[in-house]
Design a protein around this ligand. Structure first.
Ligand SMILES: O=CCCCC(=O)O
Length: 456
C-alpha cells in the first residue's frame, strides 16, 4: 500500500501521511455512492438546497480552520485561502438558490402543434479528478451543482493535498448530507482508470494537465461516458494603446501573481502595443517588485513558495530554455535552490517564437511580455496558442474592445478586468484548454440527462 504525503512546501516539513485505500475499501465507497444515489435522486430541490446551505454555513463558520489547511498543505497565502473558502460558500448558496429553476422541465410546442417536454434528470455517481492549486474551490464548483442535480460525487484529489480532500468530505458530513453523497477517495492516479471503467460511475470531470485530461477522456471514451475537461491556459492580457495604463499594470500584476502564478486563468502572456510598451513594462515591474515575500500564514505576505519543489524546478527549466532561444530576463530569473519550492518572480521580454515562454503554459510567477505594432498583430499573437481558456483586453474604447473580443479564441474575454471565475458565469475553454462548462446554468446541465418526453 502506498502512502500519500502532506508536506508543507514553505517549510519542507512532513505534516501527515495517509495510507491509500485498499481495493476492498475502494469497492465499498463506489458501492455506497451507487446505493446513495438511488434515494438521493428522488430527494427534492428543497431538501438538497437545505443541506447545501448548511455546507455553506460550515465553510463560513470554520473558515480559518479550512484556510489554514490549504495554506499549510500547498503554500497559498492565508488571505487568499480564506477568500477561497468564502467563494466555496458562495457557490453552495448559489446552486442551493438556483438549481431548481435551472432544472425545471421545459415545455415545447412543435410546428405541427404536438407538445413535448425536456426534463433534466440526474445520472448517478460522478467522479471528479481535481488539482491542488485551488484545492477547495475546484472541488466545490463541481460538487455544488452536481449534488444539487441529484447525483452523487466521488473525489480523487491531487496527491499533495490529502488533508484538503478529507476536509472537504468533512464539510458535507458536518452539513448533514446522507452517507455516500460525497466521498473522498485517497488513491493514487493509477486507480483512476479502473474507477472510470466501473459501470456504476456515469461520468468524469477533470481539472488538471493536458496529459491527465487526455488519459481520463480516453478511458471515458472507451466506456462511452461523458467527460468534462478543464485544462491549462496561457491567457493573453492585451493592452491597446488607449488603455488606462495605471489600472492595467496594477491588474496585470495581480492577474499574473494570483496564487503565486499557479492558476489556469492567470494572465501569462502580456501583449502590449509599442506606443505604451515601455511605460507598461516599468509600471508592471514596479507592481511585481512591491509584492511581499513571507510565510503564507502571515497576514501581510503576498507570496510564499510554490506548491512543490519539482514545480519550481520545471518552471526554471522553461525559463532557461526560453533564454537559450533568445528571450531576455527583465526581472528575477535566478535559479531556485535544489529541493526548494521558493521561486523569484520573473519577467521575460524579447521572447522568440517556438520557445517555452511563447508556446507553453508557465504555471508559476513568470510573466512573458511581448511588444506588438498593431491590433492585428496583438490578435494574431493572442490566438497563436494551443490553449484557449481566457483573455483580458484593455482599451478605453468599449465598442472596439467588444468587437475584438469576438475575434479572440478563448472560452472567456474580460474587458478592462482580469479573468476570474464567478458562480453566475460559464467557465471553461476551447482548444487544448478543454471542453464543457462549469458554473452558471451551463455547469449544472453538464451532468444531467436532458430527456425529451414527446406527448403524442
Ligand atoms: O487552474 C484553474 C484555476 C481556476 C481558478 C478560479 O476559478 O478562480
Amino acid at each position: 500500500m502506498t502512502k500519500i504525503k502532506s508536506i508543507n512546501p514553505f517549510s519542507g516539513k512532513l505534516l501527515k501521511e495517509f495510507e491509500t485505500l485498499s481495493d476492498r475499501e475502494l469497492e465499498a465507497k463506489i458501492s455506497l455512492s451507487h446505493e446513495a444515489y438511488s434515494s438521493w435522486k428522488s430527494s427534492t430541490f428543497e431538501q438538497r438546497g437545505h443541506l447545501m446551505r448548511k455546507a455553506a454555513k460550515v465553510l463560513r463558520d470554520k473558515k480559518d480552520y479550512f484556510a489554514t489547511i490549504i495554506s499549510q498543505e500547498m503554500g497559498k497565502v492565508i488571505t487568499e485561502s480564506r477568500a477561497e473558502i468564502e467563494k466555496c460558500a458562495w457557490v453552495c448558496d448559489y446552486y442551493a438558490e438556483n438549481a431548481s429553476e435551472f432544472l425545471q422541465p421545459e415545455s415545447l410546442t412543435l410546428p405541427d402543434g404536438a407538445k413535448a417536454k425536456i426534463v433534466h434528470q440526474p445520472i448517478g455517481a460522478v467522479l471528479a479528478v481535481m488539482p491542488w492549486n485551488f484545492p477547495f474551490w475546484q472541488v466545490f464548483r463541481f460538487a455544488a451543482p452536481t449534488l444539487m442535480a441529484g447525483n452523487t460525487g466521488l473525489l480523487k484529489h491531487a496527491s499533495n493535498v490529502p488533508q484538503c480532500a478529507l476536509a472537504i468530505e468533512e464539510v458535507f458530513t458536518l452539513a448533514g448530507f446522507p452517507d455516500g453523497i460525497f466521498q473522498t477517495l485517497l488513491i493514487g492516479s493509477e486507480a483512476t482508470n479502473e474507477i472510470i471503467s466501473d459501470p456504476r460511475i456515469q461520468a468524469v470531470t477533470l481539472t488538471g494537465s493536458e496529459k491527465a485530461g487526455a488519459a481520463v477522456a480516453s478511458t471515458a471514451g472507451q466506456h462511452i461516458k461523458k467527460s468534462l475537461l478543464e485544462l491549462g491556459g496561457s491567457d493573453p492580457f492585451i493592452i491597446l494603446d488607449d488603455a488606462d495604463l495605471e489600472k492595467a499594470s496594477e491588474t496585470a500584476a495581480k492577474a499574473r501573481m494570483i496564487n503565486f502564478g499557479q492558476s489556469c486563468i492567470a494572465a501569462k502572456r502580456f501583449i502590449v502595443m509599442d506606443k505604451v510598451y515601455d511605460e507598461f513594462l516599468e509600471k508592471f515591474s514596479e507592481h511585481i517588485k512591491s509584492l511581499k515575500f513571507g510565510n503564507p500564514m502571515e497576514e501581510d505576505s503576498d507570496y510564499g513558495s510554490m506548491a512543490r519543489p519539482d514545480l519550481a524546478e520545471e518552471l526554471y527549466e522553461q525559463i532557461q530554455d526560453s533564454v537559450k532561444a533568445g528571450a531576455k530576463i527583465h526581472l528575477g530569473g535566478n535559479k531556485p535552490e535544489k529541493g526548494s519550492a521558493f521561486f523569484e518572480p520573473t519577467i521575460l521580454v524579447d521572447i522568440p517564437e517556438g520557445c517555452p515562454a511563447y508556446e507553453e503554459e508557465l504555471f508559476g510567477p513568470v510573466a512573458s511580455v511581448f511588444r506588438v505594432n498593431s491590433i492585428e498583430e496583438a490578435l494574431q499573437l493572442a490566438n497563436d496558442s494551443e490553449f484557449g481558456l481566457g483573455a483580458s483586453l484593455w482599451s478605453s474604447d468599449i465598442e472596439k474592445a467588444e468587437k475584438l473580443a469576438n475575434q479572440i479564441e478563448t472560452g472567456a474575454v474580460f474587458i478592462n478586468a482580469m479573468v476570474a471565475s464567478h458562480p453566475h458565469l460559464p467557465f471553461g475553454g476551447i482548444k487544448k484548454s478543454g471542453y464543457g462548462r462549469e458554473l452558471s446554468r451551463n455547469g449544472i446541465l453538464e451532468f444531467v440527462n436532458s430527456k425529451t418526453v414527446y406527448l403524442g
